[in-house]
Design a protein around this ligand. Structure first.
Ligand SMILES: Nc1ncnc2c1ncn2[C@@H]1O[C@H](COP(=O)(O)OP(=O)(O)OP(=O)(O)O)[C@@H](O)[C@H]1O
Ligand SMILES: [Mg+2]
Length: 153
């Protein structure tokens, strides 16, 4: 008996797949994501300077029921908010020196908390990023200055 040729369920070019979103569309996507998120959940949001990471975090926080103003934790590295069902942490690791410094900001407690954890510049955490982190990447769209390319999962 011969077997039919194997077909990949995921198309070969899937790794290049992105969706191009305007700011309003990204905010709507993020708000839905935040409303649907079931903590505990750690989300790594990567992307260049100005790619829209904080914009997305603010939308996710709004969807998760955060009513306080969400501002970049550039110097504190971490802000904690009250979401509708769980705490929401927003980390910006841009100014982190080495992953070892994460201990000073309570990293192990934060990533093990029953919380929604949103991390900008997650690559700075190196191997300390938890294995089940959900990756989201934002990129500039060289075809349209008003859009950003989003890759999630
Ligand atoms: N489609 C888009 N999605 C998100 N932001 C957009 C879009 N188009 C334009 N922008 C603008 O790009 C900027 C993104 O800034 P934001 O602070 O969210 O980026 P960031 O990735 O957090 O930057 P940083 O690396 O400095 O933390 C905002 O001024 C926003 O209005
Ligand atoms: Mg930012």
């Amino acid at each position: 008996m011969t077997h039919p040729p194997h077909h990949h369920v995921v198309p070969g070019l899937a790794a290049q797949g992105r969706i191009a979103l305007t700011r309003d569309q990204l905010v709507a996507w993020g708000t839905d994501f935040g409303a649907s998120a079931r903590p505990p959940l750690v989300v790594a949001i990567s992307g260049e300077l100005g790619a829209g990471k904080t914009t997305l975090v603010q939308a996710i926080c709004a969807g998760a029921g955060v009513e306080e103003p969400v501002t970049s934790p550039t110097f504190a590295l971490v802000h904690r908010y009250h979401g509708a069902t769980a705490a929401v942490y927003h980390l910006d690791l841009y100014r982190l020196g080495t992953p070892a410094e994460l201990t000073n900001i309570g990293w192990d407690e934060i990533v093990n908390a029953h919380a929604l954890v949103l991390i900008e510049w997650p690559e700075r955490a190196g191997a300390r990023l938890p294995p089940n982190t959900v990756p989201i990447d934002l990129e500039y769209d060289d075809r349209d200055a008003d859009r950003r390319l989003l890759l999630a999962g």
